[in-house]
Design a protein around this ligand. Structure first.
Ligand SMILES: *Cc1c(COP(=O)(O)O)cnc(C)c1O
Length: 396
């Protein structure tokens, strides 16, 4: 049986994220980079790792970049370096990917879930302030740190969040796994936060071909600690300075660490991807503006970006009262979509017992209405128009 042409076109599913289009753009550079690693054979902590770290730090104006195995351990490493543990409270949003809150109980500390702003989906500074006051008043946990998330690619309100963190003596982590490359007034989150972390999971705006992550900081002491912790707590230059050993200090473990390294092959791939990243952020911005023009007034909400902010648009997320109905309709049109996130962390059984002072009504409401549309730097206008028309079609 032959399917009529119109129907065949109608059922062609477009990609949600088109990694193949990016690969096509830089395939020769990627092939050459991989070939160089195969030739020198330094698969772990090879020269590309240090070179990439320097380029990554320069990209966001940080003094130091310490790469690691993934974006989750990038969050855990600074908490370990600051010796955050049992009895400590770490404040974070609940409307985020699970990794943000997951690393806190790893160390025996307690997440304290804080609600978000309804327009940017990022941490609400007023609610953060109230949550800190509630935990201090209760007196059971010691506030130690805040993890702000650059959800869907845009910077959290760092000027306000950093001021609150400093005033309460708390460390500030920017979880920029989705937002690495985002800016506020042309400054990257690490300009305010003690550390910014990122993930190189393939689907993130700056992804590799496997798992990877990095921690960025302006704190030289911390960078040295992180470098030690990611290699089993190995002795650092300042640990061994002035000491004499009757064994190789390589096997001197100064602290309990872990194995969390970025593979040389992934660093080599990332060097090539970082070279085109700024142009990709620009393309993503252009595509997001086109979505806003096509969909404003058609759906309940198109994304708002904080004043002075530049998003990397890890997701382009709209809201609709009948989110599931819209998603089902889009699927019939060959348009994939995804609900990030359908259940906030504080509602998941394994996290429900942690403090959530004042409740999280905004997070709970957003979980019902958000829907992310296809978004990547290589989304051409014709394909994007298909997405826009499909969304408009649902409204009749
Ligand atoms: C992806 C992601 C992480 C974790 O990154 P992995 O590399 O997958 O471990 C952390 N936080 C947020 C907000 C993320 O989106």
């Amino acid at each position: 049986m032959t399917i009529p042409l119109v129907e065949r076109l109608a059922v062609t599913t477009i990609p949600f994220i088109d990694l193949a289009a990016q690969q096509q753009r830089i395939r020769p550079q990627i092939d050459a980079a991989i070939a160089r690693v195969l030739a020198h054979g330094a698969y772990v902590m090879g020269p590309e790792v240090r070179a990439f770290e320097q380029q990554l730090a320069a990209f966001c104006g940080a003094a130091h970049a310490v790469s690691c195995a993934n974006g989750t351990e990038a969050l855990a490493l600074p908490l370990m370096a600051w010796e955050i543990g049992p009895g400590d409270a770490v404040f974070c949003p609940s409307f985020t990917f699970a990794a943000t809150g997951e690393v806190i109980p790893w160390l025996g500390a307690s997440p304290v879930f804080v609600d978000i702003l309804p327009d940017t989906y990022n941490l609400d500074p007023d609610k953060l302030e109230a949550a800190i006051a509630a935990i201090e008043a209760e007196g059971r946990l010691k506030p130690r740190a805040v993890i702000a998330v650059d959800l869907f690619g845009q910077p959290a309100d760092y000027p306000r969040i950093a001021e609150i963190a400093r005033r309460h003596g708390l460390k500030l982590i920017a979880d920029s796994a989705q937002g690495f490359g985002c800016t506020l007034g042309e400054r990257h989150p690490v300009a305010w936060a003690d550390v910014a972390t990122t993930s190189f999971f393939p689907a993130k705006p700056l992804g590799c071909y496997g798992d990877g992550g990095a921690v960025l900081t302006n704190d030289a002491w911390l960078a040295e600690r992180l470098d030690s912790l990611r290699v089993h707590g190995k002795a650092t230059a300042s640990d061994i300075a002035g000491r004499i050993f009757d064994h190789d200090p390589k096997y001197l473990n100064m602290r309990v660490g872990l194995n969390s390294r970025l593979d040389t092959l992934q660093a080599a791939i990332l060097i090539e991807k970082l070279a085109i990243f700024a142009s990709e952020i620009e393309a993503r911005g252009r595509i997001a503006r086109r979505y806003a023009e096509g969909l404003a007034g058609v759906v309940a909400q198109v994304p708002a970006v904080i004043e002075g902010g530049v998003s990397t648009w890890a997701q382009y997320t709209i809201e609709h009262a009948d989110r599931d109905g819209l998603a089902a309709h889009l699927k019939t049109q060959g348009v994939p979509s995804a609900a990030y996130y359908p259940m906030p962390m504080h509602r998941q059984d394994c996290y429900a017992g942690y403090p959530q002072p004042g409740g999280l009504p905004v997070s709970e409401a957003k979980a019902q209405t958000v829907l992310s549309l296809p978004m990547h730097a290589y989304l051409d206008e014709e394909t994007q128009d298909r997405v826009i028309e499909a969304v408009r079609g649902f409204n009749g």
